[in-house]
Design a protein around this ligand. Structure first.
Ligand SMILES: Cc1cc2nc3c(=O)[nH]c(=O)nc-3n(C[C@H](O)[C@H](O)[C@H](O)COP(=O)(O)O)c2cc1C
Length: 189
């Protein structure tokens, strides 16, 4: 069965990012794909050291759990990345993971290329657009097929649970997730 990995880039296990990732996963499962959620809560994902290791031994030299996440993604058809907005950008730990993932993919047959997905962004008030653009820069250079929705994948909310009250935001995420599943089923064999 086709599989989609969904990453919650928040340190809060049951925060807004995770709520939206669960909404997306529900839609994708309903459309007929398998999902697996990966949370960065409790992890401490460090920044790329620009060492040659992922080209040599194959593993990322930093043993902080990222290698295990890369392995899951490499065997999947889709990747959705959820980010809380921090100071107008995606949270640092998440960008640490993505920058290492991008380099790891380049050095492992470009496995992200052709994978289907895109970003989901949640914040209290501002910086969503810059954050979604930041995440799209990652997706496009890695050759991913990014799906759209009825609006950009941005949702408003601060305290736990608030994002689910943003009805238009949640509907946008649902439509995006369905588009991801449909595109996978049409294009990934
Ligand atoms: C360090 C920090 C910086 C933040 N910066 C922004 C910001 O620039 N713009 C914004 O709209 N919200 C900002 N927020 C609010 C979070 O994006 C918002 O609470 C979001 O829902 C958190 O997602 P989570 O519940 O998944 O952790 C910030 C929160 C923190 C902790």
């Amino acid at each position: 069965m086709h599989k989609v990995i969904l990453i919650s880039g928040s340190p809060r296990q049951d925060g807004n990012t995770m709520d939206l990732i669960r909404v997306a996963a529900e839609e994708i499962e309903a459309a007929g794909c398998e999902t697996q959620i990966v949370s960065l809560a409790g992890k401490n994902i460090r920044a790329c050291r620009a060492c040659p290791n992922c080209n040599g031994s194959g593993r990322c030299a930093i043993d902080d759990g990222a290698n295990e996440i890369f392995a899951k993604i490499a065997e999947s058809d889709g990747l959705i990345v959820g980010a809380p907005v921090y100071f107008g950008t995606a949270r640092g730990d998440l960008m640490n993971l993505l920058q290492r993932l991008g380099m790891y993919s380049f050095r492992h047959d470009n496995f992200l290329s052709g994978m289907v997905g895109g970003p989901i962004v949640v914040g209290r008030r501002g910086g969503h657009t810059a954050t979604i653009q930041e995440l799209l820069m990652f997706s496009f250079i890695c050759g991913m097929t990014v799906c759209g929705s009825n609006y950009w994948n941005i949702v408003y909310g601060k305290g736990k649970g608030e994002a689910l009250a943003d009805e238009e935001g949640v509907a946008t995420i649902r439509k995006f997730a369905r588009n991801v599943a449909t595109t996978i089923l049409k294009t990934r064999g």
